[in-house]
Design a protein around this ligand. Structure first.
Ligand code: 5AD
Ligand code: FES
Length: 366
């Protein structure tokens, strides 16, 4: 009896595994699946399927980018934010965080330092800080554009009006990162207060695209209340929207937020999703994020081995880094920009990859 029972169990497991492998094969060949198929994949996978997907993802990464990894210098220029997202450490309701705002001169000197370290993309990221009006922000962007004409300027400033996106684009910004956070409106409502709307978020992404930006969306893995069906929706959205970039990382709780007691997202699932994203859009600019490096000491290397092709070392002044803590135990908060650059270079070399300094536009775009 026992033998028969084990025999049946083995059959069931291998049938599931066959289904999962054939879905991965289909994604590898056609780059599309439907919602149900993504859901099957996300509920039925195991670590050997993840390794199978990673191997295929790396083949695509190498096809478009060989062993080259792009670097983006991240400048966290303000931690002042009018929003109150339940997951985020710099939410306005966190009165314990010491707020800061870099001056234009400080931002420009971060760019200068980054330029000298070889970076040709600057990512200006901040909370939704009303001080940075369109006039002020356009002044900063056009000055970076004037001083560093060979660099790409990426903005990550949250939700703004279509006119604002247009003006910033005309001032010289090339790319914009705005994570959609979740493609499910109801799930979005559980991560944000009612004053924020999923519809508006999605409208911003369409506005950015129509303005002419190279657009990045993205989501957290394992955010509270997230179910496989939500992730399946995220993958469907990305398959349809076809962003140039996509930022994903595990949710990590911050002790001064309403989600302080929630568990962190899964490291393995984040890696599996990186591989699936690479298969969905083989030329996607896909960062191996700081959050991934925070939940696992070799997270960023493993992210690249799962299919990612971008790293984003921190260029913010060392004295403010600790204050841009979106989640607990964020790495690199005590390191100089040059240390982060060298550290990432060594990490990438350890897995046979090479950090390159060009602008790293999406293939087919200039
Ligand atoms: N854990 C992981 N990622 C987070 N972000 C914000 N808070 C957290 C957290 N607690 C991500 C969001 C946001 C990006 C800048 O950082 O996805 O869009
Ligand atoms: Fe910042 Fe390693 S990347 S210290």
């Amino acid at each position: 009896m026992t033998g028969l029972y084990i025999g049946r169990r083995t059959d069931i497991i291998s049938n599931m595994s066959i289904t999962i492998r054939s879905l991965i094969d289909q994604l590898d060949a056609e780059h599309t699946l439907d919602f149900r198929e993504y859901e099957t994949l996300l509920t039925g996978w195991d670590s050997s399927d993840a390794a199978y997907a990673a191997a295929k993802a790396v083949i695509w990464r190498q096809h478009y980018f060989s062993n080259k990894i792009y670097v983006r210098g991240l400048i966290e220029f303000t931690n002042i934010c009018r929003n109150d997202c339940y997951y985020c450490g710099i939410r306005r309701g966190n009165h314990a965080v010491e707020r800061y705002r870099l001056t234009e001169e400080q931002i420009l000197s971060c760019c200068r330092e980054g330029y000298e370290l070889g970076f040709r993309t600057f990512v200006l990221q901040g909370g939704e800080d009303a001080y940075f009006t369109d006039d002020r922000m356009c002044g900063i962007v056009s000055e970076i554009r004037r001083r560093f004409p060979d660099c790409a300027i990426t903005l990550s400033l949250g939700e703004r009006s279509r006119e604002s996106y247009q003006r910033l684009f005309e001032a010289g910004a090339d790319r914009y990162l705005l994570r959609h956070e979740t493609a499910d409106a109801e799930h979005y409502g559980k991560l944000h207060p009612a004053e924020l709307s999923w519809e508006h978020r999605m409208q911003c992404l369409r506005d950015l695209r129509e303005t002419g930006y190279q657009v990045g969306c993205g989501f957290m893995v394992g955010s509270p209340y997230q179910k496989p069906e939500h992730l399946a929706k995220d993958l469907c959205f990305i398959q349809e929207f076809r962003p140039e970039m996509c930022g994903i990382g595990p949710f990590i709780p911050h002790h001064q937020t309403p989600f302080a007691a929630e568990p962190a997202g899964s490291y393995e699932l984040t890696l599996f999703l990186l591989s699936l994203l690479r298969l969905i859009k083989p030329d996607l600019l896909l960062p191996s994020t700081t959050a991934l490096g925070t939940i696992n000491p070799r997270g960023r290397e493993m992210g690249i081995l799962a299919g990612a092709n971008v790293v984003m070392p921190n260029l913010s002044p060392t004295d403010v880094r600790k204050q841009y803590e979106l989640y607990d135990n964020k790495i690199c908060t005590g390191d100089e920009s040059a240390q982060c650059r060298d550290c990432l270079e060594t990490r990438m070399e350890s897995i046979g990859c090479e950090v390159v300094t060009d602008r790293g536009d999406a293939p087919g775009r200039g």
